[in-house]
Write a protein that binds this ligand. Sequence first.
Ligand code: RTP
Ligand code: MG
Length: 138
Amino acid sequence: MERTFAMIKPDGVRRGLTPEILARIQKKGYRVVGLKQMVISRQTAESHYGEHRERPFFGELVEFITGGPVVAIALEGEQVISGWRAMMGATNPANAAPGTIRADFATTTGENVTHGSDSPESAERELGLFFGNDELLS
Ligand code: RTP
Ligand code: MG
């Protein structure tokens, strides 16, 4: 059984997509073991997206992700790391397969509605960044 860090980004929350996305997660059969709405601090955002620090879009990405409430979600399930990324679809919604969240709800790479950890190492790091142990179901 794996765990991953999922997030509904500020665009998704602002557009009222939270219930729809949580419904997809529950219908898929993943277990929500942590859930909170929050505004991400600049420090947390820069740490979360640290791997992109040198990329030209980094400043914009941090502005965007700190620009409104997000929903932070800890998910548990069989192969949930790759499975949740498959549900999200490709980073650029134009390349996302039909039926994925990004294909169905987004038009631009910069505002693509959801996040998902990309490896077991990222999942552990990101879950630790966003949730205390007392905020996660055992
Ligand atoms: P995420 O980390 O948000 O789940 O997305 P991802 O793995 O599919 O994509 P990643 O390469 O990690 O990029 C992180 C986020 O940065 C923004 N981005 N903008 N303008 C651009 O070329 C560009 N490239 C990436 C996107 O919001 C992407 O989700
Ligand atoms: Mg990523």
